[in-house]
Design a protein around this ligand. Structure first.
Ligand SMILES: Cc1cc2nc3c(=O)[nH]c(=O)nc-3n(C[C@H](O)[C@H](O)[C@H](O)COP(=O)(O)OP(=O)(O)OC[C@H]3O[C@@H](n4cnc5c(N)ncnc54)[C@H](O)[C@@H]3O)c2cc1C
Length: 444
């Protein structure tokens, strides 16, 4: 279950290794592709080729897509277990990890996952987002933080060329954001950015990137870390270039701050500032707190401190780690015994880290386990997966089939063409299912 990259790669690999296998991909959303559609930033069109190859997996017709069906509510775990020999959980991660900082729950303090879901127009998220703060803070030194910063810093006319729907375009057009302060708890030599994503920040038109000299006083452990890691070398080199060749002017400024740990979100009723505590290298590649505090006047705080998986009713879940407990993809039940016929792959298997490509190697490992176990999972003679559709229909669940998705896809492309861009996303579940079920034509 789950039609993100992990689920689709696994289904494809399984079919190639077990020709003739009957595979259904059950997806909660009316659309396939998971976080590629609702996580990857709209100004990252290079992902398009991955979407094309995932599209092919379902378009060949050998794997059935059942969209708009949430496992755990529309259909129970027990009902699936009756119908399938093997159940593969590929449900990813959508929510923000917990953030235990004083004031972190004030209005104006946001999780990156919520912001991303809004600008990518996830149909289950509210359609409004406050962008009236001129100065904002972004917490985190990973690629999601970079996405948030870049999207906040882009000119609205650039974002208007992407696939964002009208309500998101209008919100960015009215955005007051001018200064974006990015905070990393550790130093530049510990930043988790990917070199390509970091360089992209420097290519955003009309943006000035500012760094503080004192943040670049590296110690021996930092130099050793940089020397041993090609990715870090590129990341630090990019920032050093920005430091030495400062661009003047710019409508928007990105301030990259290192060695500051969020201490407290300030505000009475809503965010008015962020107090951070200076950290210093501890000589072992880590950092230690100092006594120095500094408060930045910001009207919003975005925390990009990681994603977290959610449980699916009726299946095992490790609530501390936010993953399905497993051994190389074999799900572990109570007592950490292998639960026969249950598998996991992707972010719900190993946690919310890694790019799309890593979900493929992950799928290979999990499918190897499935193929090895198949002889022991003797197919019960009364398995009837086709009866799932009858069950869902009797419950009034408007299932979106592959043809239904193709109708949504065509409607989004047509709406985009009418506006001079490649695609304009449909924004609500109602609109998507109406188009998928042929209940109403899409308005352009
Ligand atoms: C903000 C952000 C930006 C990213 N940018 C990039 C990038 O530029 N390049 C890159 O390579 N990687 C990027 N990634 C990483 C990439 O998105 C992940 O590696 C990948 O999506 C993980 O795949 P997955 O299939 O495990 O999970 P997901 O993509 O999350 O897919 C899980 C699917 O399961 C479905 N599901 C969940 N619960 C249920 C249920 N109960 N019943 C049925 N279906 C269910 C969900 O709706 C979803 O479609 C980014 C990630 C984030 C968060």
């Amino acid at each position: 279950m789950g039609a993100g990259p992990a689920g689709l790669y696994a289904a494809d690999i399984l079919l190639s290794q077990v020709p003739g296998a009957r595979i259904d991909v059950i997806e909660a959303l009316p659309s396939p592709f998971g976080l590629i559609r609702y996580g990857v930033a709209p100004d990252h069109p290079r992902i398009r080729s991955i979407v094309d190859s995932l599209h092919q997996i379902l378009d060949r017709g050998a794997i059935r897509f059942l969209g708009n069906v949430t496992v755990g509510s529309d259909v129970t775990a027990a009902e699936l277990k009756q119908r399938y020999d093997v159940i593969l959980l590929a449900t990813g991660a959508l929510q923000d990890a917990a953030w235990d900082v004083e004031g972190g729950d004030l209005p104006g303090s946001f999780g990156a996952a919520d912001f991303v879901a809004w600008y990518d127009s996830h149909p289950d998220y509210p359609q409004i987002w406050p962008l009236e703060a001129q100065s904002v803070a972004v917490i985190g030194n990973g690629n999601v933080a970079l996405d948030v910063v870049r999207v906040l810093a882009r000119r609205p006319e650039e974002l208007a060329l992407t696939d964002i729907p009208e309500h998101v375009r209008l919100a960015f057009e009215a955005s007051a954001v001018r200064d974006i302060h990015v905070f990393g708890r550790r130093g530049p030599a510990q930043a988790k950015f990917s070199p390509l994503e970091l360089r992209e920040l420097g290519q955003v038109p009309g943006v000035q990137i500012l760094l503080e000299d004192r943040d670049f006083e590296l110690d021996d452990a930092d130099h050793a870390a940089i020397g041993a890691n090609g990715r870090l070398r590129q990341v630090v080199k990019t920032m050093e270039q920005w430091r030495s060749g400062r661009r003047e002017g710019g409508e928007r400024r990105i301030h990259l701050h290192f060695h500051w740990r969020p201490e407290r979100v300030e505000g009475d009723g809503s965010v008015t500032g962020l107090t951070v505590r200076r950290t210093a290298p501890d000589g072992r590649g880590g950092v230690a707190d100092t006594d120095e505090l500094r408060t930045f006047a910001v009207g919003a705080v975005y925390r990009a401190v990681g994603y977290f998986g959610s449980p699916v009713e009726g299946f095992p879940f490790d609530a501390d780690a936010g993953v399905v407990p497993n051994r190389a993809g074999r799900v572990l039940g109570p007592g950490r015994d292998v639960a026969p016929g249950l598998y996991a792959t992707g972010w719900i298997k190993r946690g919310p880290v890694g790019l799309i490509g890593s979900t493929k190697s992950d799928a290979l490992e999990t499918v190897a386990g499935i193929v090895e176990d198949l002889p022991a999972l003797a197919a019960a003679p009364d398995r009837a997966p086709e009866s799932l559709e009858e069950l869902l229909s009797a419950r009034g669940v408007p299932v979106v089939t592959w043809d239904g998705w193709l109708a949504i896809d065509a409607a989004e492309v047509a709406r985009g063409a009418a506006q001079g861009r490649q695609r304009a996303k449909l924004a609500t579940r109602q609109e998507m299912t109406d188009v998928a079920l042929g209940r109403s034509p899409v308005s352009l």
